[in-house]
Design a protein around this ligand. Structure first.
Ligand code: GDP
Length: 445
């Protein structure tokens, strides 16, 4: 049986136990499964209360069920949703009934979205947006994912691709005419103008970005400095503040190695290098390994020191801010903040009392803003998308350059550009070029 002939099911809601759990089914047997469990098919797209029963007629749960006959459904196939009470026993009983049906199997990760994509419900950029929306931690991440999900990049890419294919068709029609000794210039000029305009548009999208695609991973800030500078104290101070959203890798009972901050919607991961140390605990080792890997890719280093003359260890290309700590100590207060040659910026804080911390956090928000750029208009959210758009732009540039060398070369580059956009959308179909040519230039043939 082809995997797509099978109907898939999965728990689509969160971890059990929960007040309500949602089991979703997709495929041609979703209807018969629903009939088996609920005794009947409810009115499409209407929440309906139903007593679910197992094969022996014994009641499983009092549920609300929904029926979305394809193709007007999320996946394009027949879809059913069972809203049941979120206990492990209820889910186990429902799954056990579903598993008795031979055409039914548990879904692979992402398989509902994959089917939606394969049935033409969404393009690849929208699928990526859906994935990002589910994983969004901060408000900015959510907004960016939603824009992607709405298909803004996909719509643009589709329109660019159509125009490129049309331009290629114009040029190729020109080539045909040239065989008959006719002038292709009337066809070439508008095609060329259109390519140049497209190139400008794509270049604008490429350059209008900061690093919006990094918004998914967030900004990585490393706290470094000599022993006893107060790195762990600063970490704990940050973790205690409301901005901390998770602390996934608590290294030891004493120290936090890594915390994730939501700084006005910017996701920022702060890593404490003091927490990175040798340990025998395998769980801790994994946390330490991850923190070390991430620290190596820092976007910003906060060099903590008690001494204003401190020389921060420089890493190539990574900005360093010098943070003078322990300003609550009288000895420190009397000193004048020396100009710091080795750092881009200097701050004075007390990790113990929290003095100066708001200024530091404010500066971090500013840094994040510059780093990510204007994500509000950002269309590119992934490296994959950027690479393919860059390929498209390069091919368009080459196409323009090739026009004088021969229309065939120019047309070939346009095909490469259209292919890159097709890959961006997840639809590569060179037949499109032929379709347009035949549809629009069927000149007496
Ligand atoms: P680390 O080795 O860089 O992680 O440094 P710790 O955070 O463990 O701090 C070393 C010592 O300095 C501890 O005794 C802290 O309580 C103390 N300390 C840290 N920050 C401050 C501060 O702002 N003011 C004062 N007075 N003591 C601090």
């Amino acid at each position: 049986m082809h995997p797509h002939d099978q109907t898939i099911f999965a728990l689509s809601s969160g971890r059990l136990p929960s007040a309500i759990a949602i089991v979703r089914l997709s495929g041609s047997h979703a209807g018969s499964a629903l009939r088996l469990l609920a005794g009947r098919l409810p009115v499409p797209r209407t929440a309906t209360r139903a007593l679910l029963r197992d094969g022996g007629g014994e009641a499983i749960d009092d549920a609300v069920v929904l029926w979305f006959p394809g193709p007007a459904s999320a996946t394009g196939e027949d879809v059913a949703e069972l809203h049941v009470h979120g206990s492990r026993a209820v889910i186990a009983a429902v799954f056990s009934v579903l598993s008795t049906m031979p055409q039914m199997r548990p879904a692979e990760p992402g398989e509902f979205t994959r089917r939606a994509f394969e049935n033409g419900k969404i393009d690849l950029t929208e699928a990526e947006g859906l994935d990002d929306l589910i994983h969004a931690d901060t408000d900015r991440q959510r907004r960016q994912a939603l824009r992607q999900l709405k298909g803004l990049l996909g719509d643009k890419a589709r329109s660019w691709r159509e125009q490129i294919i049309e331009a290629a068709a114009l040029i190729e029609a020109g080539i045909d005419f040239a065989d008959e000794g006719d002038v292709p210039t009337e066809l070439m000029a508008p095609a060329l103008a259109r390519i140049e305009q497209l190139l400008t548009e794509i270049e604008t999208v490429l350059s209008a970005q900061g690093r919006a695609e990094r918004l998914r991973d967030g900004l990585t800030v490393v706290i470094a400095g000599p022993p006893n500078a107060g790195k762990s104290t600063l970490m704990n101070q940050l973790a205690r503040r409301e901005v901390a959203i998770v602390s996934p890798h608590a290294g030891t009972t004493r120290d936090v190695i890594e915390i994730q901050l939501d700084l006005q919607g910017y996701p920022v991961t702060v890593i404490d290098t003091a927490g990175i140390r040798e340990t025998d605990d395998p769980v801790e080792q994994e946390g330490v390994r991850r923190a070390r890997d991430r620290a190596a890719q820092a976007d910003l280093v906060l060099w903590l020191s008690q001494d204003d003359q401190a020389e921060a260890e420089r890493r190539t290309g990574v900005p360093v801010w010098l943070i003078r700590n322990k300003i609550d100590l009288p000895a420190a207060q009397e000193r004048v903040v020396a100009s710091v040659q080795s750092a881009e910026r200097g701050f004075a804080i007390s990790a113990r009392t929290g003095a100066g911390l708001s200024e530091l956090l404010e500066a971090l928000v500013g840094f994040a803003g510059d780093f990510f750029g204007s994500t509000e208009n950002g269309l590119i959210t992934r490296e994959r998308q950027r690479t393919l758009l860059e390929e498209t732009a390069a091919a368009l540039r080459q196409s323009i350059a090739d026009v004088d060398l021969g229309e065939e070369l120019a047309a070939e580059e346009l095909r490469i550009a259209a292919l890159a956009l097709g890959r961006l959308l997840g639809r590569v179909d060179i037949e499109d070029v032929l379709d347009v040519i035949f549809r629009e230039f069927c000149i007496g043939k």
